[in-house]
Design a protein around this ligand. Structure first.
Ligand code: GLU
Length: 304
């Protein structure tokens, strides 16, 4: 008989907390709608909570009004967060505290290299790991990856994954040269502090996951479970962009756009149901990560 480890038992008893974490860099496009709907369904299917966090810590990329517009779009699709919307920029002190811990423990260090100093493959060779390279002044802070082996994790849609952060990117930036905390650190601190038990997001972020698990380990925290939804591409196989003029989120009535999003998640809504809540209910009753295609999925911009 298979016995559960203490960790598995703890997880069976925990209550589910999921989230959707858009960056307010433009309107919510179809690929993000798929991530929002998928994370909402997965949280509801577990009787869990679904939180929304606006990832606004990159001021040069934030578009004024975009966060409000994204939240309005979520409402239009019947996706209401449980609890107040969080803004990542409110958590700067916690990000700094985590950064300082990593520096103090010798796991992170200042680096004086710019992008130009990296080899053509972009993998950081550890130049400043044992002290700033001669003549350089500190620019960014990097996290060491040379003391860890490959990271493995089970993704609920994409299956078993294995990646060595050291081989993939080398020591990576956790505080940028412009002084901002990098996404890879901020997202881990915020998900941990919010008690997120499972991260459901687009497959474009799966290549960040091993680095994020490494950050969890360096901070002594338990990583969440992972589920990466299929990447949504256009008919040429290119990732949909926020500027796509045919984006169903803007071009279609909400029930039609939702139908397309559910299809992308492997769920066919019944034809007569034309209202948002009926479609979400139908999907929820049948929802299973096993039905979600690995992708990439071609967005049908023009539904029947
Ligand atoms: N803010 C990120 C984005 O919109 C997503 C972060 C995440 O889900 O981990 O691409």
């Amino acid at each position: 008989m298979k016995t559960s480890s203490p960790e598995q038992l703890a997880r069976q008893q925990e209550s589910y907390i999921g989230r959707f974490a858009p960056s307010p860099t433009g309107p919510l496009h179809f690929g993000s709608l798929v991530a929002a709907v998928g994370s909402w369904l997965q949280a509801r299917a577990h009787d869990g909570k679904w939180l929304v966090r606006i990832e606004d810590i990159d001021p040069p990329r934030v578009v004024p009004g975009a966060a409000e517009q994204q939240l309005e779009t979520l409402r239009r699709f019947g996706l209401e967060p449980d609890g107040a919307v969080q803004y990542q920029s409110q958590f700067d002190e916690r990000h700094q505290a985590a950064l300082n811990r990593l520096i103090r423990s010798g796991q992170a260090y200042p680096c004086g290299c710019s992008r130009r100093d990296l080899p053509p493959d972009g993998i950081y060779p550890g130049t400043c790991r044992n002290g700033l390279a001669e003549g350089r002044s500190p620019r960014s802070i990097r996290l060491r990856t040379d003391r860890t082996g490959p990271v493995t994790f089970h993704d609920l849609v994409q299956g078993r994954q294995r990646e060595h952060p050291g081989a993939h990117t080398g020591d990576f930036v956790i505080r940028r040269a412009d002084g901002l905390i990098a996404y890879q650190l901020a997202v881990v601190v915020d998900d941990h502090d919010a008690g997120i038990t499972e991260v459901v997001r687009g497959a474009d972020l799966i290549e960040s996951t091993a680095r994020q698990i490494h950050v969890y380990h360096c901070l002594g925290w338990q990583p969440p479970r992972w589920m990466h939804l299929p990447l949504i591409v256009d008919e040429h196989g290119r990732k949909l962009s926020k500027s796509d003029k045919d984006d169903p989120v803007d071009r279609r009535p909400a029930p039609e756009a939702l139908r397309l999003a559910l299809r992308a998640l492997g769920h066919e809504p019944p034809a007569p149901v034309r209202n948002i809540s009926g479609m979400l209910e139908h999907a929820l009753a049948r929802w299973s990560p096993d039905r979600v295609p690995r992708g990439p999925v071609t967005a049908e911009m023009h539904p029947d």
